[in-house]
Design a binder for this molecule. Structure first.
Ligand code: 6GU
Length: 231
């Protein structure tokens, strides 16, 4: 998978890609990440990329021309499966969207700043708009990093068996069950007996029940999604 990230602040988003699973995915050749600084497409030699909004109001808006030039150049080079715009005024990223995106070949991710981008960019180029939750960040860069992490770890071959995504929270609309490691007794705080029993079918059943309990308590809305799917 190739991901082209268009941003005002490449330096703000690069470091998550230099560590751990995102780095390993790139080292294995399973993901290629390219950063594009909007400043390189500025409309003048002073690096202008934004302007006041028509109709008045606080906050600068990213202009058409720099983004148009950057996206158009990329689109001449290859076919993109999705052109994604990260913005709080969009539907929320979830595991199902991450799953779908993980099978794509070429993605562009555009991150906003200030008041966002001129609406005409969204109308002309953007095929998918995503938020990462109901709160406002200073820019879309961190949200883009979150999206990339959620998607790249699902590309086949990125995770080894030991970190398989199949048992993650949300893969079945359930939160993950509790986990424990040694020692079995820490200052009198004991690990549930069932986990030490060696009875693996029973352990799986216990984990499933715990996942349901936890989901019911903390995120009952996820269980309702299941009901919706069945209808
Ligand atoms: Cl994608 N961008 C910004 N600026 N804030 C957000 C967001 C995105 N998702 C949640 N909050």
């Amino acid at each position: 998978m190739r991901i082209d990230i268009i941003t005002v602040s490449p330096e703000l988003i690069q470091s998550p890609f230099e560590y751990s699973i995102l780095k390993r995915a790139q080292d294995k050749g399973l993901a290629q990440i390219h950063f594009h600084s909007l400043r390189d497409y500025a409309i003048n030699k002073y690096g202008k990329i934004d302007d006041y909004q028509f109709g008045g109001g606080a906050g600068m808006v990213l202009m058409m021309e720099p983004i148009d030039k950057c996206i158009s150049k990329l689109m001449k080079e290859r076919q993109y499966d999705e052109i994604i715009y990260m913005t709080p005024d969009a539907k929320t990223l979830d595991q199902s969207a991450a799953n779908q995106l993980s099978s794509k070949e070429n993605l562009i991710i555009l991150t906003g700043h200030y008041k966002g981008v001129d609406q005409r960019i969204r109308d002309k180029f953007v095929t998918l708009e995503l938020s990462i939750g109901d709160y406002v960040l200073s820019g879309g860069e961190l949200a883009a990093a979150v999206l990339c992490d959620a998607v790249i770890r699902l590309i086949p071959g990125v995770l080894g068996d030991e970190t398989s995504a199949l048992t993650d929270s949300f893969q079945d609309n359930l939160l993950a069950p509790p986990v424990y490691t040694r020692p079995a007794d820490y200052k009198g705080m004991k690990v549930p007996d069932i986990l030490l029993s060696g009875n693996f079918p029973k352990i799986e059943e216990w984990r499933h029940q715990e996942a349901i309990k936890r989901t019911n308590l903390i995120r009952p809305d996820l269980l309702k999604i299941d009901e919706k799917d069945e209808n």
